[in-house]
Design a protein around this ligand. Structure first.
Ligand SMILES: [Zn+2]
Length: 385
C-alpha cells in the first residue's frame, strides 16, 4: 500500500461519501446541467445483448443486429475468442484473424481484401478491435466493434494501438471509431475477471486525465471541449461506486457487465468527440507506456494505468491513500512488486514517461522530475520497497 501523506480532495462529497479523487468541476455550469448535456448530446450508440447467459442466443442476436445496422456484406476481423459469436453471421466477404502479432502492415494488407465489403466487423479483444479499426480506415468503410473483453476504454475510441511493421514498437494511431458497438453479455461475463478489473482500472485514470487537460488549458496549450470533458467524467462516475467495495467473482453478473460496457463506451465517446485520447489519458497513461517501453507489458493496460494513477494522484496532491484503497478493493496492482518491478525500475519509468507522448502536457511535464525527485517520490509512495 502506498504510504505517503495526502491532501484531501478539494470538492464536496457526492452520494454520501467523499471519494479519493473527484472529477474537477469546470466553472460556469452547475453539475446537474453538465450531466444532462453529457448524456443527451453525444451518447454512444451501443447495444447490449438481451441474452444474459446463452452465447449462442447472443450470436443469433448479433447476426440480426448486424443486418439491421447495414452490415450485409461484412469483412470479419475475429480472434479465437470471437469464433462462437460470429457463427450466425451471414454474407461475409472475407475474414482475417489478427492473432497476437498483428502489425500495422498486417492491417494494411487486410484492407485490400476488405474493399469489397460494406463494413469491417471486429469481434475480439483489444488488439483485434484496434486491428479492425485500421483495416476499416484502409478500406474506407465503416467499422463495427464487438468486444469480447471489457479491459479498457478503447472500444468506442478512434485510437488504434498497433505495433509498427518493423521494430515491433506500438504506436497510438488516429483511426476510426465504431459508429455502433455490440456487447454480448454471455461472452463478457465469462471473460477473465482480471480483464474486468482492468476495465474499471482504466476509468480510474479519467479524473486525473481531466486534471492534466486542465493544466494544459491553464498553460494556454490546449482548449477544453466541454462535451468530451463531461463524457469522460460521466464514465468515471458510473464505476465510482464499484471502487468502494471488494470486487470478487460474485460481483460479475449481467447488470455489472452492462454498466461497465456503458462506462467504457462513454469514455471512448469522450475521445471520439475530440478525436484524440486526451479526455481519458494523462500522466498515468504515459507512465504505463513507459513501463511497456522499458520492461514490456506487465499486466493489462487498464491495470497498469490504475497503478500509475497512484503516482499521478501524488503529483496532483490528491488522496493517494484513498486511490490505493480503491485499487486494493478492485484487485488491481498497487505496488511495483506486483508488476515485477523494483523501486529503482520505477524511478527509470518516471524519468522515461514524459517522452512517451511528446506534446501532451501533463502533471509530469509541469513538475519535471529529476532523478533525486523521482527517487524521493517513489520512496514516499512505497517506502517498504
Ligand atoms: Zn487507457
Amino acid at each position: 500500500m502506498p504510504g505517503s501523506s495526502a491532501t484531501a480532495p478539494e470538492s464536496s462529497a457526492r452520494n454520501g461519501f467523499r471519494p479519493a479523487v473527484e472529477v474537477p468541476v469546470l466553472p460556469v455550469e452547475p453539475l446537474d446541467t453538465i450531466r444532462v448535456v453529457a448524456s443527451t448530446v453525444t451518447s454512444p450508440r451501443i447495444t447490449i445483448s438481451a441474452a444474459t447467459d446463452d452465447e449462442d442466443e447472443a450470436a443469433e442476436e448479433l447476426a440480426e443486429w448486424l443486418r439491421s445496422n447495414g452490415a450485409e456484406r461484412p469483412f470479419l476481423v475475429a480472434s479465437r475468442h470471437g469464433q462462437r459469436l460470429l457463427q450466425a453471421v451471414t454474407g461475409a466477404t472475407g475474414a482475417a484473424a489478427p492473432g497476437v502479432h498483428a502489425t500495422q502492415g498486417w492491417a494494411r494488407w487486410c484492407s485490400r481484401s476488405a474493399r469489397r465489403a460494406d463494413t469491417v466487423v471486429a469481434i475480439g479483444g483489444g488488439r483485434c478491435l484496434d486491428a479492425g479499426k485500421l483495416v476499416a480506415v484502409g478500406a474506407g468503410i465503416p467499422f463495427i466493434a464487438v468486444p469480447t473483453q471489457l479491459s479498457h476504454d478503447g472500444v468506442c475510441s478512434p485510437v488504434s494501438v498497433l505495433p509498427r511493421t518493423v521494430g515491433g514498437v506500438s504506436e497510438s494511431l488516429e483511426a476510426v471509431a465504431p459508429h455502433v458497438a455490440f456487447f454480448s453479455r454471455p461472452t463478457l461475463i465469462r471473460s477473465p475477471i482480471a480483464s474486468l478489473r482492468a476495465g474499471i482500472g482504466d476509468l480510474v485514470a479519467n479524473p486525473l486525465a481531466l486534471r492534466d487537460w486542465k493544466l494544459a488549458s491553464d498553460a494556454g496549450l490546449e482548449r477544453i471541449d466541454r462535451a468530451a470533458w463531461h463524457l469522460s467524467a460521466e464514465s468515471f462516475w458510473l464505476v465510482e461506486p464499484l471502487l468502494e467495495e471488494r470486487f470478487t467473482s460474485e460481483c460479475v453478473e449481467p447488470d455489472l457487465i452492462g454498466l461497465l460496457a456503458h462506462a467504457l463506451a462513454t469514455s471512448g465517446c469522450a475521445m471520439r468527440t475530440v478525436g484524440t485520447s486526451r479526455p481519458a489519458s494523462g500522466a498515468e497513461h504515459k507512465i504505463s507506456h513507459a513501463i511497456d517501453e522499458l520492461f514490456g507489458p506487465r499486466a493489462h493496460h487498464g491495470a497498469q494505468v490504475a497503478f500509475a494513477s497512484l503516482v499521478s494522484a501524488a503529483l496532483h496532491g490528491l488522496d493517494v491513500e484513498g486511490v490505493g484503497r480503491w485499487l486494493v478493493n478492485v484487485g488491481l496492482p498497487h505496488h511495483p512488486h506486483q508488476l515485477g518491478l523494483t523501486n529503482d525500475d520505477l524511478v527509470g519509468v518516471l524519468l522515461r514517461a514524459p517522452n512517451t507522448r511528446p506534446g501532451r502536457f501533463t502533471i509530469l511535464e509541469s513538475v519535471c522530475l529529476d532523478r533525486p525527485e523521482a527517487e524521493m517520490l517513489v520512496r514516499s509512495l512505497w517506502s517498504a520497497g
